[in-house]
Design a protein around this ligand. Structure first.
Ligand code: NAP
Length: 314
């Protein structure tokens, strides 16, 4: 009998069927099915499930679960709802996602580096004014978070001539990237960086990390790119830093509440570029290949992929 692997989700039907079909094509030796297609008896036989923002009540019915594989890179939602459950949680680590994110980081760093927000503003008032050019080598970029996405992004910035530093929880050695850990080194880094790129996961430690004290430490007229998670930034502190001129500009792709409400003051702010969570969309094609390979390895060799550290929160 082929092992039964359910896809447990709260997506719309079309998206769920797309994922299920892509996973089924990669797992011909498994019986890949939508959760809604499982009988009560089948539900208590399942050992592994693929999940996309699953409902707690659905997962609770899979009483023999050993681990779940999420199709997303960020796990704060699943951690908030399911970390108390006895099974392990595996997240998506996809080199293609890292490549897509590094492209977005490079694009928006270039946008700030070449003063596009200011030229756009000058155009709106028909102002012909040439700003002083800064060489990329003199532009210091700080990447907060040096995981799958942060490391690739940092290296892509190095390839494009920028001076790059990175910050993470554990020490790293990345060629041509000055790597730091710890709160004190973060303060020093913030005081020197021209552009701060957030690629930290949302955890109890990073929630609200970018508060008033954080923005007080940044170099005057620095810019922020937030591609990690919205709740890492305290919105009122960000707005104050922009309004006081401490920060020159913020590119925001992620928000504490998504979609961002139409009455949010962020929409109309002259010094904010707002994106609807598009910096690195998950590719169903590459993600399903990776998820399927992990499940195949587990079923044939008993090797489980590295799981989320529930104490750390990522
Ligand atoms: P990851 O591989 O888990 O890397 C996380 C990095 O953050 C690691 O370097 C980690 O340090 C560091 N970190 C975590 N907590 C920290 C703390 N308290 N202090 C200092 N450093 C800390 O995650 P990833 O795959 O790169 O993804 C990062 C995040 O990007 C995701 O969690 C998600 O929120 C976001 N994301 C956004 C989009 C989008 O479209 N906007 C798309 C995908 C993902 P260590 O290396 O020492 O563990």
């Amino acid at each position: 009998m082929r092992p039964l692997i359910p896809f447990v989700h709260q997506l719309d039907d079309y998206e769920a069927e797309q994922w299920c079909a892509a996973l089924a094509a990669q797992l011909p030796d498994c019986d890949m099915r939508l959760f809604s297609q499982l009988s009560a008896v089948e539900k208590i036989q399942v050992g592994v499930a693929v999940v996309a923002n699953p409902a707690v009540d659905d997962v609770a019915q899979l009483t023999q679960l050993k681990w779940v594989h999420s199709v997303w890179a960020g796990v704060e939602g699943i951690m908030a709802n399911l970390s108390h459950q006895p099974f392990e949680i595996v997240r998506l680590t996809d080199p293609q996602l890292a490549q897509t994110m590094s492209e977005a980081v490079l694009a928006w760093v270039m946008y700030l580096h070449r003063d596009m927000p200011q030229y756009r503003q000058q155009q709106s008032v028909s102002e012909w004014r040439q700003l002083a050019y800064t060489d990329a080598a003199d532009r210091h970029i700080a990447v907060l978070g040096l995981g799958n996405l942060g490391q690739r992004s940092a290296l892509r910035l190095v390839d494009n001539g920028f001076r790059v530093s990175g910050w993470s929880r554990s020490a790293k050695h990345i060629e041509s990237v000055a790597c730091y850990t710890g709160e004190q080194s973060l303060s020093a880094l913030l005081s020197q960086a021209d552009i701060i790129v957030n690629l930290l996961p949302l955890t109890p430690d990073t929630q609200g990390l970018m508060d008033r004290a954080f923005f007080q430490q940044v170099k005057t007229r620095a810019a922020l790119i937030n591609f990690g998670r919205g709740a890492t930034v305290v919105e009122s502190a960000l707005l104050a830093a922009l309004d006081q001129g401490q920060l020159s500009h913020a590119v925001l792709d992620v928000f504490a509440q998504e979609p961002l409400q139409s009455q949010s003051p962020l929409w109309g702010h002259a010094n904010i570029t707002l994106l609807p969570h598009i910096s690195a969309p998950t590719s169903v094609t590459t993600a399903s290949r990776i998820v399927a390979a992990n499940i195949h390895r587990y079923l044939t060799q008993g090797i489980m992929p590295e799981s989320v550290d529930k104490a750390r929160g990522y």
